[in-house]
Design a protein around this ligand. Structure first.
Ligand code: SAM
Ligand code: SF4
Length: 430
């Protein structure tokens, strides 16, 4: 979501004659868009500002703005701690950025803007057209969260759940497709909680599918309790919704899920997965896990390993619990660091084995890849239907096309292959 927001920020500042630079050492204005989901976020901000100071030592000081969830959560302290920073701006106030920069340019005011103005933000986003022409584009449809999992800062930094208007999303999607986008990834902290005038995410997918140039649809990130039957059905009926679902479970222990306030059991989760598999037989899953949540016993941890192996997630994001200031879990007693690290290592080892076996099973198979860009002289990067990165070498331009690709090898991050061409004659050298 920060990537999408940063792109839109570039659009907002165009209004006051700023243009994007790839050279961060000569910028007039320098914005750091931050994430507060895990520890060390604020330290990173000071570290980055230190680097800017060094780069600009003998030059005019740029305007320095800290944006995003760290600004929202700790803006006042950041402004107090470092006078080099001109403004802090929360994620719901980006639409005010042009005004803020003008204020700093004219009066050198220092500004703290951390209101929750999501409706105004969405209104302004709609006014500034999104001319992004990436092959795969993000599109925010919903922001914020009302679920209050005990470990999570999102409800405090992004504010309450709010969905964008159905028509505005459709218009933005159409513009993206007209500009060359072939895949849209619908975004929200709780994307499957989308609700606007009784329209749900399932309705949105059905509608977006009608855009002819659009080839692929994905959405992230979903909460299991909002995985309702209408959405599960769309996984079966949609031709463009991709067969990989990212569905965070966090833990395989009912006790821990309850203590986290996740509002569902492991059994509920498995039932949803089974239903999805019935509707879409080739569907696969990825997930998020928090390892060593306060109170997690060895048995709880083993239950987490069990669910990992049962579902065979093809990709996982796992971290040790990180206490976030202001959240209910912040005051809970931590698991010993040594044990927490050991469990994480065990978990990640098991997850990696599943991933390797899955990738091995792809060798010699054909997968459909949407190619996004050229990464070197004749190498192209794309993703298959299951969001796996694929790299191929090819002499003709593949960007923007979907091609059947023979998978030949893989490493931890990427599959490598070549374009499948039935009509190609085999080469013979003598
Ligand atoms: N809304 C999604 C859900 O409920 O499943 C998740 C969105 S959250 C912004 C992204 C991921 O960050 C979570 O799934 C969780 O695994 C991780 N996360 C959030 N807070 C965390 C914390 N305090 N410590 C460790 N990981 C955390
Ligand atoms: Fe955070 Fe997701 Fe829980 Fe909301 S549902 S509080 S975003 S983890």
């Amino acid at each position: 979501m920060n990537e999408y927001d940063t792109d839109r920020i570039f659009d907002f500042v165009k209004k006051i004659d700023y243009e994007k630079t790839e050279n961060p050492k000569t910028a007039d204005c320098y914005l750091i868009n931050t994430c507060h989901i895990r520890e060390k976020a604020t330290e990173k901000v000071y570290h980055d500002v230190g680097r800017i100071k060094k780069n600009y030592r003998n030059k005019n000081k740029p305007i320095v703005i800290i944006a995003g969830c760290v600004a929202q959560a700790e803006g006042e302290i950041i402004l107090q701690n470092d006078r080099y920073i001109d403004a802090v701006i929360g994620p719901q106030s980006y639409h005010e950025l042009a005004k803020i920069i003008k204020g700093i340019e004219e009066k050198r005011d220092r500004i703290n803007l951390t209101e929750f103005e999501t409706i105004k933000k969405f209104d302004q986003i709609n006014l500034i057209r999104n001319y992004n022409s990436k092959i795969s584009s993000y599109l925010t449809i919903q922001e914020g969260c009302d679920k209050f999992c005990k470990f999570c800062v999102v409800p405090y930094t992004r504010g309450p759940e709010l969905s964008r208007s159905f028509n505005d999303i459709f218009d933005e999607a159409k513009l993206l497709v007209d500009n060359g986008t072939k895949e849209i990834i619908l975004l929200g902290q709780n994307v499957n909680a989308y609700l606007f005038n009784n329209k749900r995410l399932s309705d949105l997918i059905i509608e977006l599918e009608k855009l002819e140039g659009l080839k692929r649809i994905r959405y992230t990130t979903s909460h299991p309790i909002d995985m309702t039957d209408d959405l599960i059905d769309v996984h079966g009926s949609s031709k463009k919704l991709m067969p990989l679902l990212h569905l965070p479970i966090q833990s395989g222990s009912d006790k821990i899920l309850n203590e986290m306030n996740r509002k569902h059991s492991v059994e509920d989760y498995i039932k949803k997965i089974e239903k999805l598999k019935q509707k879409k037989t080739n569907i696969k899953f990825s997930s998020d896990f928090i390892i060593a949540y306060p109170g997690e016993t060895k048995k709880d941890f083993n239950d987490t390993l069990k669910i990992l192996k049962k579902i065979e997630f093809i990709n996982t994001y796992s971290f040790n619990f990180s206490p976030r200031p202001g959240t209910p879990a912040d005051s809970l007693k931590l698991i010993k660091t040594e044990d927490a690290k050991k469990r994480l290592k065990t978990f990640q080892g098991a997850a990696e084995n599943i991933k390797i076996n899955y990738r091995k099973s792809l060798i010699g198979k054909k997968v459909k890849v949407l190619f996004e860009n050229k990464i070197s002289k004749n190498q192209y990067f794309g993703r298959d239907e299951f969001f796996n990165s694929v790299i191929v070498s090819n002499n003709s331009n593949l960007t923007g096309g979907i091609f059947e690709t023979n998978i030949k090898s893989f490493n931890h991050r990427t599959l490598f292959g070549s374009i499948f061409n039935e009509n190609r004659k085999k080469n013979f050298a003598a």
